[in-house]
Design a protein around this ligand. Sequence first.
Ligand code: GDP
Ligand code: ZN
Length: 354
Amino acid sequence: MNKKRNKKKFKRKNIKITNIELTDIDHFTEDEVSVEKRAEKKLIEKGKFSSKRDLKLKQGRILEVRSNYKCLVKIDQKNLLCILGGRFKQVNFETKSIVAAGDYVNVDVSSDPRIEEIVDRVNTLSRFSDNDFQTEIIIASNVDQVIITSSFKDPMLNLGLIDRYICAAKINKILPVICINKIDLADSLNEVKEIGKFYEELGIKVICTSSKTGEGIEKLKKILKDRDSVFSGHSGAGKSSLINVLQPELQLKTAEISDYHRKGVHTTTRSRLLEWDFGGYLVDTPGIKTFGLHRKDKEKLKGIFPGLSYLAGECKFINCSHFHEIKCGVKIAIENGTYPIARYESYLRILESL
Ligand code: GDP
Ligand code: ZN
């Protein structure tokens, strides 16, 4: 009975988004669902369109930003090349990312498809330019999860890097998932699982895989299904091999774009959304294997570093950075053996780097 009612709700929501098949409606809040209507109203108010009849907006998703003003957009199961509406062009493209792969957009399809509105992003995957201003460059948007991949061996598991990626994911409001790969190189699975325990107890999903033996691949597939994921991790961890086992054509596609870049045909890095045949997207970010933490995130670090927020209540100072302060809950926990000192050292390293 309950199930039936849920189904009905789901359907009604779908109709509201005007007959567009969305593979992933999890992203849409009630607000976002009515965005098409709001966009229409706004543009009419601005006098851009004389009447409602002039405007035929459809919602789509940017799969790839081709050039400054052109994007490949998936609308109604079709991939359309769309141009950006005039007013977006007034913003300097060199310093600002106007649109990004993953953006939901409202497109006027009455003639040559034109992007008229960008739906507010749930989150962004960004990197920051090296200049003093640390300009934000959006790599992709509306990403559900980051598969933080590290090999158990060859190269050695790097927990410090995993901590860093977890923090970056949390800052960007993206769910972190840890994938320990190459478990075929471990003496026993228990040995690997023991390492993951600390994170699992904090509610972070940990999955153990081997692209060589196929172990854990079905489990990984389940995590990826119907979600938009980006693989992140050090070089040699086995990210390409995992994608290859999951869906060989996708790995070919990611390789093809890297080659294209290596030849210097295109100087900027283009991210793309590639569709898994089992549902959901792989966010392909050629040349970017990690995304950074920004200087301005330093203050937030103590709140997001794995396990620290649970201990902060015991600190004498409300704003304790768990670094130089006395009567610090984290230091007490380390002394009691309830918080691993290696993680604390990892926290200090990240803090220092910011
Ligand atoms: P990436 O840089 O993260 O994309 O890593 P690759 O997928 O290129 O893999 C790096 C190396 O690790 C390659 O030589 C792979 O054959 C090897 N490799 C990948 N996955 C596994 C695995 O599960 N087990 C073992 N033993 N080797 C693997
Ligand atoms: Zn403290």
